[in-house]
Design a protein around this ligand. Structure first.
Ligand code: FES
Length: 229
């Protein structure tokens, strides 16, 4: 049985020899690749197009969602790393013993790690370099308000006929036991730090909570029922 060979014309070429014009046009029409304007897309093809669009949307959403989560995680990790958790020493809470360790009117104690002096002021200590009427615990930042030198307590220093002062070794600024400036180039009195005392009498100095020194320094002293009087 003889098989009839059917020749398919090339698009854009001229009708081949032996192929009629109608056959040629019909062949071209069956090979169209774009729908005519207004033509309806067959159901199966429309469904496939919708699936393709949904897949692209899903991939795009997954990508940006994952990227957002990764960025969020990185920022969270960085904040967690930078958070000043468990700060000890200067800038954080520094334990300073119990209130019973501080005799009223006694010599100030130095805490180098917290950068402060702590003393139990005696309001009866009315000498020139004394408490200035303050009663209770007062924490003084040991940094001189002039140019930042560390200010020591100098029990042996005699100034203005009185003995026992804070005296800066750099330019001689001199302060009372309550941190009031009486001499020197310092622009103000010594700065103070916040004090917390729990029910058991344990002292914590909040070295990150500082107030510029002022004439009210003696009034900033903190009292406690167990503080020696
Ligand atoms: S730094 Fe203290 S007096 Fe100058």
């Amino acid at each position: 049985m003889a098989t009839e060979a059917r020749e398919t014309p090339e698009i854009g070429s001229s009708p081949a020899a032996g192929v009629s014009g109608d056959a040629w046009n019909q062949a071209i029409a069956t090979r169209k690749t774009a729908e005519a304007p207004g033509a309806r897309v067959p159901g199966a093809q429309a469904s496939r197009l919708n699936m393709d669009a949904s897949r692209r949307m899903f991939i795009r959403s997954s990508f940006f969602g994952g990227l957002g989560l990764a960025l969020l995680g990185s920022v969270g990790f960085l904040l967690d790393f930078l958070y000043p958790r468990g700060v000890r020493g200067f800038g954080g809470p520094v334990p300073a013993g119990k209130v019973t360790d501080y005799a009223r009117g006694g010599t100030p104690k130095h805490f180098a790690d917290g950068q402060f002096w702590l003393a139990n002021l005696d309001p009866a200590e009315t000498r020139a370099g004394g408490a200035g009427g303050g009663a209770g615990l007062l924490a003084l930042w040991h940094k001189c308000p002039h140019l930042g030198c560390t200010v020591p307590w100098r029990a042996e220093v005699n100034f203005a006929g009185d003995q026992g002062w804070y005296r800066c070794p750099c330019h001689g600024s001199t302060y009372t036991k309550a941190g009031i400036r009486v001499f020197g180039p310092a622009p103000r009195d010594m700065d103070t730090m916040a004090i917390e005392i729990d029910a058991a009498g344990n002292i914590t100095v909040q070295t990150g909570t500082r107030s510029p020194g002022g004439p009210d320094n003696p009034k900033r002293a903190v009292t406690h029922p167990q503080l020696p009087t």
